[in-house]
Design a protein around this ligand. Sequence first.
Ligand SMILES: CC(C)(COP(=O)(O)OP(=O)(O)OC[C@H]1O[C@@H](n2cnc3c(N)ncnc32)[C@H](O)[C@@H]1OP(=O)(O)O)[C@@H](O)C(=O)NCCC(=O)NCCS
Length: 397
Amino acid sequence: MTRDLLIVSTRALTARDLGAAVTAVGQGQPWTVTDDAGQFTVTYRERPLLRLQPSTRVEGGARPRWHTRLRLVDEDPPLGIEVARAAAWEADGDLVESLTGAMSSPRTVVSGELDALLDFIADRQADPATGTCYLGTDRESIRLELEELGDDAWPASALVVTEGGRIVGATVTEVDPELGRSWISGPWAAEGYWDAVARPLVEAAVAQCPPEINAHEFSGDVLNQPMAALAAELGWTASVPNHVFVAKADAASDWPADDPRVRAPRPDDFAAIDPLHAAEFPDTYLSTRQMIDEGIAGDRITVVSEADGVVLGYAAGRVQPDGAGYLDFIAIIPEARGTGAGLGLLVTVSRRIMAAAPGGDVNLTVQDHRSPAIGLYRRLGFALETTIVGYSSRLAP
Ligand SMILES: CC(C)(COP(=O)(O)OP(=O)(O)OC[C@H]1O[C@@H](n2cnc3c(N)ncnc32)[C@H](O)[C@@H]1OP(=O)(O)O)[C@@H](O)C(=O)NCCC(=O)NCCS
């Protein structure tokens, strides 16, 4: 029986690595390692166990990456795999199934593939028709955004589909056990691979979530039609379209002055803000408590508008890992709408976000049906960037 494997490593594999690997696996055993013009054969008790092709350098990515194809040729695959794994370790790499160029099933990415995966994601993110809206478009910003998700998400949750060692599909999944939700970045597929990889990747991403996660979501530009079709096929529900608006610093020069009713948040704002937050943003990713506490701690820009002892509304924003400013929430209590409180709150929080953000801008998303908010953004010079749709699995009963 034969089986084809691949070592992905940061340097080329040498005969010395193989020598060290067989020593590590079975000291004093009758092993030989032969070198035939760079093609190695590992023999155990005079039976060939592994044949390795010369390592080849894979282009692209910031760090060097090497592929070594190997074939298990013995009736004792576990022993061969053990040696192959030890050899991968010696060359600072990982062992993955290669299936002689055939497409793999979705599997966890190995550390030697991370640069290639970032290249792949950045390439897919460059076009709104193939990207997710959870991440930006610049490779370095994407890396920072993924790292910001935490170790459980990046790279631990990253799934890839490979073909002959090349990444042809991927997802990265963030989970929030408290909310019981997951956000799947991707699925990303190489040109021509969507039909083969997108659904298996999403199903694998869902399957790897802890049991308390019962609602899943992915999201993309309205131009990402394959994503919309996949969601329909899975029976997932599409959100209303969300418009992404951005205001650059120059827009702010025409704005009215900051609103003196806007102040920092306090722990006791919870009672007034929580019903408004729940009514306007049900199922959101940030609880009222988190929003207030993080605002007080300075980890988030949270502000409250108050007049005559009555909380009129609140807003919350932050600086994204890529340096862009982002307004997450703004709402005014229904009784106070239409009197200028929203405008005052928006210009005040936006200036703070712009001042904190290296990018000096404010980005936000607003649902299609929120025409008062859209009117307000347009009036203040916010410009429409893209329109995105989220797709979510049904909540478990
Ligand atoms: C959006 C919201 C914060 C605006 O607050 P507000 O206090 O009502 O707004 P203002 O009174 O300051 O109005 C300022 C501008 O907003 C726009 N606006 C406000 N109400 C509007 C309405 N009913 N229809 C159209 N435009 C409206 C107008 O441009 C208005 O300027 P104008 O007074 O010269 O016409 C408020 O409507 C709200 O809380 N909505 C629910 C939550 C929400 O949609 N948040 C946005 C999520 S991204």
